[in-house]
Design a protein around this ligand. Sequence first.
Ligand SMILES: Cc1ncc(COP(=O)(O)O)c(C=O)c1O
Length: 432
Amino acid sequence: MRPCRDPRRDARRGVTTAAGRRRDGGGAGGWPGTGGPAVPPLQAMTGRLPHLAARLQGFGTTIFAEMSALAARTGAINLGQGFPDTDGPSEVTEAAVAAIRAGHNQYPPGPGIPELRAAIARHQKRFWGLDVDPDTEVLVTAGATEALAAALLALCEVGDEVVALEPTYDSYTACAAMAGARLRPVTLHPPDYAVDLDALAAAITPRTRLLLLNTPHNPTGAVLDDAELAAIARLCVDNDLIAVTDEVYEHLVYDGTHRPLTGFPGMAERTLTISSAGKTFSLTGWKVGWACGPAPLVDAVRTAKQFLTYVNAAPFQHAIVTGLELGDDYFGGLRDELAAKRDLLCAGLTEAGFAVFRPAGTYFVTVDVRPLGFEDGMALCRSLPERCGVVAVPNEVFYADPARGKHLVRFAFCKRTEVLAEAAERLAGLRV
Ligand SMILES: Cc1ncc(COP(=O)(O)O)c(C=O)c1O
């Protein structure tokens, strides 16, 4: 196996990037894509926190917490934060109760209980045809969130660059900042949110350490196709990059097929594949996630992870073994149920007058608010509970330059059918 890191790259640090701006190791310099000051865009909204370290200034309360609090305060239907409003399969919740009663309540082993690591390895084989050694190539984490944080902390040097598709799931920018790294966004554009491969190639500089890829993609719902993934794999191999893939929506694909990047030529030895039980089993509060990859990458990530949470969720780890062994009817049933909910909400949003970008995967749909006469998604989201009793999330928070997503809003459809129908009816009132 070729080492993922090119030692010559270290010698090249501190040089001018492809974008022509001099990078100085993560402190000063423009926030990528804005040409503006060295602060993330949210800072403008949240103000400076006096005790917060400089690298985290601007990362105020996440928009999901703000909008969920707004929903709770106003009693509006919360289509903002992505959590289901029903519990996951009873076999799995009952298995957690049984695990607690059976005394699985103390620290589990650092990499995760062997039964869960074996079940994750079987899952990778069963669904994606991937061979994974449960002893050396699987790490159980506190949700995908911890796997992402540990990966960035473990794999990035201060001043490294991380290339990611934009709009970007919010923890990526924050975790890159915590690692002293810098996120370089490559923007996906509606209506199809296809990857601009030339822009992706141009975003790679001598400082690029890794590519952080999310497919199926939150918030756009894009599912990268084989041609896109093959081209991305070639870029990773040609530039000797590590790939970290966030595949938490791997089972929520309605059009097209999910394909893990690690399965493409040259990728197995350089890809860390992250997923989570939260979305697949509608158990987002359990925070059981995992990372799979070649032993040297997993070793590195485990080194960081052990000092973040050390371990978590002992009884839930046992229960997720039951979940991962559920039959194909469960996984297919979840997908079909969510596909129907996607269709219901997309129809309601179209009827309400939004321009709707129908997602191929995930449980989110993005709309353009301009056909209804609105310009500013953030302002609309803040007033939506009052206008019609619904909460959504403004997509501008997913962009380095909020202007790029100003007119876009995200709705979650992982809610009961009657809730979605009621939300659609309320949103229809926006037109009048
Ligand atoms: C793209 C993406 N990655 C990671 C996560 C976090 O997953 P977990 O709850 O397992 O930490 C989410 C949750 O919404 C997500 O949308």
